[in-house]
Design a protein around this ligand. Structure first.
Ligand code: NAP
Length: 295
């Protein structure tokens, strides 16, 4: 099982040391601002967790709640410009999804790339596409970065492997495709229009399941990876998760119980990619704070 705890602890230890050093040597106290934009109830939980994580490693944090209807799209953009110009704020994460409150394109074009804690501004994504980054020291999207680091940590054989990612979003699938390709895998991003998904899954060496469409909620258009769908000895990374609004249950892309005996590498549904995503946000915050020292 590729549990994230040991690697996340190492990352947090190194972040704590960097935070202390930045304070001591440059008088900089790294600060992250999380924007609560959409009204999705789990977004509140996620931004609260980010505050707790920051406190653990000595990073200052603040949640700016612009989710109520009193805030217009223009107000949200003005708030982003405000943090861009605030030298006491080093990193910013607009919590997704925005639920139509503000255009993603406008927001990420407004956010300063130097404060882009989730690596989603056009500048940061452009650096990724051009392979102008380092996995440890650049502002890369947190979830794909966390997955790549976890694969390295557990020595998942990525080079030369056939990787199938279920999902092609800008947040997860597409940046991960590029990171794993740069680790010399041959990567296919699959989606709702992919032909023969089941055949592609059967031959994949590594599968990343990031659909977020549990069959319990989406019926036939839903996705769940089970043992019968994969080849013996493959690696499976579980990303997709959605809370069922009627039962409150968390529903995952991956059926861990059946895959356990068949996979050579498997991330748990909880204590895997989510933990890495949170650790990478802390790492990105310190990277951004170091930019401010140099500017
Ligand atoms: P998204 O924007 O909704 O993208 C989902 C992708 O999955 C789309 O590309 C979609 O195809 C594809 N897809 C959906 N159903 C499919 C099916 N039945 N067969 C094949 N492809 C299918 O979501 P996202 O932002 O990428 O996030 C994906 C999931 O990961 C969500 O559950 C999210 O909560 C979770 N997540 C977890 C973490 C974590 O830290 N654990 C972090 C980020 C995201 P189309 O493009 O054709 O629509």
């Amino acid at each position: 099982m590729m549990t994230a705890a040991p690697l996340a602890a190492k990352i947090k230890q190194s972040v704590s040391e960097d935070v202390a050093q930045l304070k001591r040597d440059s008088g900089i106290s790294p600060k992250l601002v999380a924007f609560l934009i959409g009204t999705d109830p789990v977004s509140r939980t996620y931004v609260d967790l980010k505050k707790t994580d920051c406190a653990e490693v000595g990073i200052l944090s603040e949640v700016r709640d612009v989710s109520s209807s009193t805030y217009s799209s223009a107000d949200v953009i003005a708030a982003i410009k405000d943090v861009n110009g605030d030298s006491g704020v080093h990193a910013v994460i607009p919590q997704m999804p925005f639920n139509g409150k503000v255009s993603e394109e406008e927001l990420f074009s407004t956010l300063s790339p130097d404060k882009d804690a989730d690596g989603l501004t056009p500048f940061r994504l452009g650096k990724l596409v051009r392979s102008e980054y380092s996995l440890e020291n650049s502002l890369l999207p947190c979830t794909p970065k966390g997955i790549a680091l976890l694969c390295k940590y557990y020595n998942v054989p990525i080079e030369g492997s056939d990787v199938v990612i279920v999902g092609r979003s800008t947040l997860v699938g597409e940046p991960l495709r590029k990171l794993l390709q740069d680790m010399n895998a041959t990567v296919t991003c699959c989606h709702t229009r992919t032909n023969n998904l089941s055949e592609r899954l059967k031959t994949a060496d590594v599968i990343v399941a990031a659909s977020g469409r549990p069959p319990e909620m989406f019926g036939e258009s839903g996705f769940r990876l089970k043992s019968s769908m994969v080849k013996e000895g493959c690696a499976v990374i579980s990303v997709g998760v959605r809370r069922d609004p009627s039962s409150g249950k968390m529903l995952f892309d991956v059926e861990i119980s059946s895959l356990k005996g068949k996979c050579a590498y498997l991330t748990p549904n909880t204590g895997g990619v989510g933990v890495m995503t949170r650790a990478c946000l802390l790492q990105n915050t310190v990277i951004a704070a170091k930019f401010s020292r140099n500017s």
